[in-house]
Design a binder for this molecule. Structure first.
Ligand SMILES: C[S@@+](CC[C@H](N)C(=O)[O-])C[C@H]1O[C@@H](n2cnc3c(N)ncnc32)[C@H](O)[C@@H]1O
Length: 240
């Protein structure tokens, strides 16, 4: 990673109260190399300049640590992880997290396996399945303290993908853009049915690019009824 990117990553992370040392910077640097190679080879991400990768992938992902505290539980699942966001940056900075990267595209899951190996990260499991299927598997259902997802689906649909994975009192952190009011209004019924309640919406600006973002923090307040998630595709086709 070029010196300018290192500086903006360190400065941006300090904005979230995170101090990045040489271990973390080396891992981010290697991750950036894999991303650039992966983007060229497999068209994995549209964001390719180092400045944008730092701000829109690394720092955006790290904002989740404003909410996620491993002291309150270490099991975390990233639903629809794509090229590893937000899960991998969270794991780099909080290595005690036990991370599952769930990604239905085989090509992307293969990329994730390769990156986890290249970075030498322990306690990361890559699962190349759909959320609707893994959410019914007892190895995953009701077992996580945290679920995170970025750019996967509207909150009404995302709740059906993610809430089944959480224990009661677990937390879903949905990474969103600004102006989330109407989307949350549409998700009210789904949250009620699935056992979730919006705790708060944290708004922030991405350092370096000044884009506005928000984190929707949803508490799991009751067990998700057995019939959810519905079969693959239903949540998106007929949101609750
Ligand atoms: C727009 S990408 C976002 C990737 C990453 N979260 C990010 O922010 O860069 C959405 C990803 O979610 C995955 N996805 C969509 N629906 C899914 C589902 N039902 N189960 C698992 N993965 C899913 C897609 O394959 C895709 O890689």
């Amino acid at each position: 990673m070029d010196p300018e990117s290192v500086i903006s990553l360190r400065k941006g992370a300090a904005n979230w109260g995170l101090e990045l040392g040489s271990r973390e910077l080396a891992l981010f640097s290697r991750f950036m190399e894999s991303l650039s190679a992966g983007a060229a080879r497999h068209n994995l991400t549209a964001i390719t300049t180092p400045r944008e990768i730092v701000a829109k992938h690394f720092l955006d992902s790290l904002a989740g640590l404003l909410v996620i505290d491993p002291a309150a539980g270490t099991r975390i699942i990233d639903v629809g992880s794509g090229a590893g966001f937000p899960g991998l940056p969270l794991k780099i900075v909080r290595p005690e997290l036990k991370l599952t990267l769930l990604e239905s595209s085989r090509k992307k899951a293969d990329f994730l396996e390769a990156v986890v190996g290249e970075l030498g990260l322990e306690g990361v499991q890559v699962t190349g399945r759909r959320a609707e299927e893994a959410g019914r598997d007892p190895a995953h259902r009701g077992t996580y303290h945290w679920a995170v997802a970025r750019a996967v689906a509207p909150v009404s649909v995302l709740s059906e993908y993610c809430l089944p994975f959480l224990r009661v009192r677990g937390v879903l952190v949905a990474y969103k853009g600004p102006e989330i009011g109407a989307e949350l209004e549409q998700a009210r019924r789904a949250l009620e049915i699935l056992g979730g309640a919006v705790r708060e919406v944290l708004e922030f600006t991405l350092p370096g690019v000044d884009d506005r973002r928000s984190l929707v923090v949803i508490d799991k307040t009751a067990p998700t009824p057995e019939r959810f998630p519905r079969r693959a595709g239903m949540a998106a086709k007929r949101p609750l």
